[in-house]
Design a protein around this ligand. Structure first.
Ligand code: FAD
Length: 388
């Protein structure tokens, strides 16, 4: 919706206003106009904070050099314009999470030397097990993207013009004309001061109704944490889908808290190097970090009955995580060159409904020889897990 359409819904947008303080006693928020410096305050009966997060720039020497960049919304075009410059030959990407990998995939198309450095042993380690990331590693090798695992970036150094020239790590030095730091985010909550309870990680503390420590103030999105069902704990999961859910919960509970959030599973998906993948809930790494025992089954099968479709059948790789004793479903990941990503939503619902392997094995999932294999890969994984 544009500004005019929003006005018809009685929603008034004030661009270029930065919130600088809240005064809960007189129900007002202080703003500064970032264009002319004028200050103004707006009163509220109920306040919803959605100030999001900013990309985390590593607190190391050289992080302010030219061509050391972080990535947030709307900055991709700017970055790609820099990348196209002839003098940019070596690009180092720090962090092999969603953003770092997405950027590396794009950067590799410009014929530059791309090196990804990550402190973990594989890319996307909190989403995907090695069964999947080994495939991404193969693609990266083919595209001559160097992935440097288990490596910590220690500093950036530059030339006399303050332009970055190299990245120092505990495993050597890498030439760099451009560095993209994609090492996570930090919440935009400094401006709140001591007016609301902020946790030790800097996020606004909210309850199951998106309500903060003040009964008239709600908070949603990347500046908060959200209930994560697989561990029953709150954590920050920076996803628009989560922000949307929290927004809905906040609005429904503004005046009377009756409809709590059901929790989320971090369901997300991406396309990289021609592979389409999605994951939800726990994987081996995140289960271990949370101290949760999981078992898993890994299945590969084609996505249609061979010979029935004009299109060649594509391999689908699927891994299911479950609790060893209760058999409750705790997570899954799927990858294929065909778009099978929506299947992960079945597992997200299974986690939400606390379904077991038996229920998933028996789930009625359709068969059509041109469109599916005889058994859906989810049924197969659950059946195999039960036979283990
Ligand atoms: C490159 C990229 C790709 C992504 N892709 C996906 C995806 O495919 N699917 C998905 O679910 N999620 C995706 N995400 C995550 C998603 O964009 C965020 O989780 C979501 O935007 C969070 O919404 P938010 O409202 O909390 O914060 P934001 O969208 O970051 O909005 C916060 C707003 O608050 C403003 N602001 C900050 N401080 C102040 C202040 N003091 N005063 C006034 N205004 C302020 C900011 O300028 C900004 O406009 C992606 C993120 C990135 C960076």
């Amino acid at each position: 919706m544009n500004r005019e359409e929003l006005e018809t819904h009685n929603i008034h947008v004030h661009s270029f206003y930065e919130a600088t303080a809240i005064n809960p006693t007189n129900h007002s928020v202080q703003f500064v106009n970032v264009v002319d410096g004028a200050t103004e305050s707006f009163n509220y009966d109920k306040l919803i904070i959605a100030t999001g997060a900013h990309a985390f720039n590593l607190p190391i020497a050289g992080n302010d050099l030219d061509n050391v960049a972080t990535l947030r919304h709307g900055k991709q075009h700017q970055l790609m314009a820099t990348v196209k410059q002839a003098n940019i030959k070596n690009i180092v990407v720090v962090g092999a999470g969603y953003i770092g990998m997405m950027v590396s995939d794009q950067l590799s198309q410009f014929g530059k030397k791309v090196t990804i450095v990550d402190i973990n042993d594989r890319p996307l380690s909190t989403y995907l097990d090695a069964d999947f990331t080994d495939i991404l590693n193969n693609h990266m090798r083919e595209k001559q993207i160097a992935f440097i695992p288990n490596t910590k970036v220690e500093s950036f150094s530059g030339n006399d013009h303050d332009q970055v020239t190299a990245v120092q790590t505990n495993h050597g030095v890498f030439d760099a004309d451009l560095v993209v730091v994609s090492a996570g985010t930090r919440p935009n909550t400094d401006w709140i001061g001591g007016e609301l309870t902020i946790n030790e990680r800097g996020y606004i503390v909210t309850d199951d109704y998106s309500k903060t420590s003040n009964k008239d103030i709600f908070a949603i999105g990347d500046s908060t944490e959200i209930l994560y069902n697989p561990t029953h704990q709150r954590m920050n999961i920076s996803l628009a889908s989560n922000a949307e859910r929290q927004a809905r919960v906040a609005v429904r509970n503004l005046f009377e808290q009756t409809k709590p959030i059901h929790g989320v599973h971090g369901s997300s998906g991406l396309q990289l190097f021609g592979e389409l993948f999605a994951s939800t809930g726990l994987n081996t790494l995140t289960a271990g970090r949370s101290g949760i025992d999981v078992e898993s089954t890994y299945v590969e099968q084609v996505n249609a009955m061979p010979g029935f479709s004009k299109e060649p059948a594509q391999t689908v790789r699927f891994k299911l995580f479950y609790a060893p004793k209760s058999h409750k479903i705790l997570g899954a990941a799927i990858m294929s060159t065909a778009n099978e990503t929506q299947q992960i939503n079945i597992i997200s619902v299974a986690i939400q409904m606390e379904m077991t392997l038996k229920q998933l094995a028996d789930a009625d999932l359709f068969f059509q020889p041109k469109l599916t294999n005889l058994w859906n890969v989810i049924n197969v994984a659950a059946m195999r897990a039960l036979n283990n």
